[in-house]
Design a protein around this ligand. Structure first.
Ligand code: ZN
Length: 174
């Protein structure tokens, strides 16, 4: 399992709902956590490892020691978002060396299925809400550069151009 980097088209593809809740799905989620910890991330969505399904994992502590903080969401839906928003710095494992300010609702309410296909709800705020919204966007083919404030997006532009160039090179070389 490898991280898919911008501008790989798999990051923009439609993601199918999860329908198969067997041990294979559990193993996929486990492997996503391992990739996430190994790359110092706090969240990872399935399309970021080339799987176009509606699965995301996150751990707001970013620490593999804190297993109790791990969250796995299948087919997540945001059923509420606060009108109050705030700016915050974000990075993304699919965008090495890119950081930017994104404005997002502070509180959200989420419905999702767990690894057994059982429905559950979460109320999230602040950092947890931000991570979740970033990962949920991935499941809709939306990337954080789409939501960055214009000032940070223009700062990120040279790095984005480098990533596009590197991607083209990798295609030419394969
Ligand atoms: Zn991301």
């Amino acid at each position: 399992m490898n991280i898919v980097q911008y501008p790989d088209p798999r990051l923009r593809k439609k993601n199918a709902p999860v329908t198969d809740f067997g041990p294979e799905l559990e193993a996929t989620a486990r492997e996503m956590f391992e990739v996430m910890y190994a790359t110092q991330g706090v969240g990872l969505a399935a399309p970021q490892v080339g799987l176009n399904i509606q699965l995301l994992v996150y751990n707001p502590t970013g620490s593999s020691e804190e297993k109790a903080e791990e969250k796995v969401l299948c087919n997540p839906k945001m059923v509420f978002k606060s009108r109050e928003k705030e700016d915050g710095q974000e990075g993304c494992l699919s965008f090495p060396d890119v950081n930017g300010v994104v404005n997002r609702p502070i509180k959200v309410k989420v419905e999702a299925l767990d690894l057994k296909g059982e429905k559950f709800e979460l109320e999230l705020e602040d950092w947890d809400a931000r991570i979740f919204q970033h990962e949920l966007d991935h499941l809709d083919g939306i990337l954080f550069i789409d939501r960055m404030t214009p000032a940070t997006k223009s700062q990120a532009k040279p790095v984005l151009e480098d990533l596009v160039h590197a991607y083209k090179e990798s295609l030419a070389g394969s």
